[in-house]
Design a protein around this ligand. Sequence first.
Ligand code: BG6
Length: 307
Amino acid sequence: MADRMHSADSITELDRRLGIPGIAQIVEGNGGLPKVRITSAAAEGEIYLHGAHVTSWHPSGFGEALFVSSKSRWQDGRAIRGGVPICFPWFGDKAGDPKAPAHGFVRTKSWQLDGISSSRDAVTVCMSTGSDESTKQWRPSDFMLIYRATFGAELRLELELQNAGASTLRFEEALHAYLKVGDVRSVSLRGLDGVKYVDKTDACRVKVQNGDVLIAGETDRVYLNTRSDVEVVDPSLRRRLCVAKDNSLTTVVWNPWEEKAAGMADLGDDEWKQMICVETSNVLGYAVEVAPGQQHRMTSVLTLAGS
Ligand code: BG6
């Protein structure tokens, strides 16, 4: 259930202050959560204030690029299953703290909508969040996170961390994109040939990728020390989805496959076939360190092409 911050009145007021008529509207989304809906000539899209979570990007001339589960939860404190969750300041489980939320605390937090701007070719939505009582129960650090999502012929996602504290901040981060595919069993991922990866399905053994990545079972890998673009070649949807990145040294590739998916309450039957996660990230030994008063910006850019 949406809290009082998200009442219909406050959504209308946000739209009055920050919406751009005919281009960007703040409306009530699933579960009553506020979202920005973009409708421009170049692209349609959606981003929720909950988690600053992009749930749709639909560039003109193509179908939807992102997968969202039909069983996703839409409520404060729970993560949306699909789209682009933001993982910060840890990835996966927090070391030594099994009670801490998986993938950090910002994907389940309500972010502030700071502004929306539009040009001829794209619409940019800017959101932010920072340390507060709720984050300090898990991490004492003082920080600000600024997120800019630009919807156009490409989807550009920029996550900026500002260290507002007095000591160096070390963190992991990921833009955990769920890409929509026709059938994950027939896609191939180009761009990681020869790259070392940690195989989380095989006791975290380090292996070397040989050729394209093909998905033939549960896949949970962290590709290490790679700046490469990854291209998802999808023969059934007859398209190629490219994930390019900047200031990111790891790429996570994840698909739960049948058995694990069956145990996930927020993923519909067989939906694991329609998704592949390709995550622009800095995780494990590639966690980022930022000195007091300094900032770090990681960028992920998605593009679609026919094949
Ligand atoms: C991936 C991780 O990025 O996210 C997986 O590598 C994890 O290990 C998956 O299972 C989904 O995580 P969650 O917390 O959204 O269920």
